[in-house]
Write a protein that binds this ligand. Structure first.
Ligand code: ATP
Ligand code: MG
Length: 238
């Protein structure tokens, strides 16, 4: 592939899981191109394949068919270890349930991935990152000592600390009240702009989707709409 400003290039991507009669076709031929610095909302009913698509585009799950290039790496040609390396430093992931390591402080949760990515000054960088998300005063706290909103701030700091080309967020405000969710979204978009990252965000919230440049709608494992956010065509035609 591909022009250097293309961060995601997915062609005819399929995903089937399970064996025999239990086999499920989860993704049924996804074509998706995302440019550097774009913000993309992924909408669609429960079970339509949003999280599965995120899993294959982030290299957490291997596609059953098709090709995926992310930030210059051809996922189809990489082994498991190489995939993990390709993710590291390139891709930041933020999940609904935060997924912080409970035995590590906020600072350690952010610093350890930086150390794994080979940053000698991981703890200094992690401190600066926690500062940027407004948690300077909570660096020594463990996840269970933090509120949901604070935990998601740590998760955002962890995801953006390496200045990844690509940030994936799966319903990042799904476990938060409306006001906290709004603050978290402001923060996520601010960090996205400041780091120049591309953002792919799964949401059930059509209003939230309009904050992204573009809205892609999935249904039954297929893209059924792909248009600038707010465009009448960006809705689900079904
Ligand atoms: N490991 C698995 N084995 C079999 N089927 C799976 C597996 N993981 C997901 N599925 C199925 O794939 C479909 C898509 O799931 P996915 O989690 O991607 O949906 P989603 O759009 O993220 O839904 P939600 O909005 O509820 O999070 C669902 O029907 C789900 O049951
Ligand atoms: Mg999901």
């Amino acid at each position: 592939m591909s022009a250097p400003d293309i961060v995601i290039d997915a062609r005819d991507v399929t995903l089937s899981l399970g064996k025999g009669p239990a086999r499920v076709e989860i993704l049924r031929g996804i074509d998706l191109t995302v440019r550097r610095g774009d913000t993309l909302a992924l909408l669609g009913p429960s079970g339509s394949g949003k999280s599965s698509l995120m899993a294959v585009l982030s290299g957490l799950e291997r596609a059953s068919g098709g090709t995926i290039h992310v930030a210059g790496a051809d996922f189809g040609t990489l082994g498991e270890d190489q995939l993990a390396l390709a993710r590291r430093g390139r891709i930041g992931i933020i999940l609904q349930a935060f997924h912080l390591l409970p035995t590590m402080t906020a600072l350690e949760n952010v610093a350890v991935p930086l150390e794994l990515a080979g940053h000698a000054d991981a703890f200094a960088l992690a401190r600066a990152e926690l500062d940027a998300v407004g948690l300077r005063h909570r660096t020594g706290h463990y996840p269970m000592q933090l509120s949901g909103g604070e935990q998601q701030r740590v998760a955002i700091a962890r995801a953006t600390a390496c200045h990844p080309a690509l940030i994936f967020a799966d319903e990042p405000t799904g476990n938060l009240d409306a006001a906290t969710g709004e603050t978290i979204m402001d923060l996520l978009f601010a960090r996205q702009r400041e780091t120049g990252a591309t953002l792919v965000m799964i949401t059930h919230d059509a209003a939230l989707a309009t904050r992204c440049d573009r809205t892609v709608t999935l249904r039954d494992g297929r893209i059924v709409a792909d248009a600038p956010s707010g465009d009448p065509l960006s809705g689900d035609p079904a």
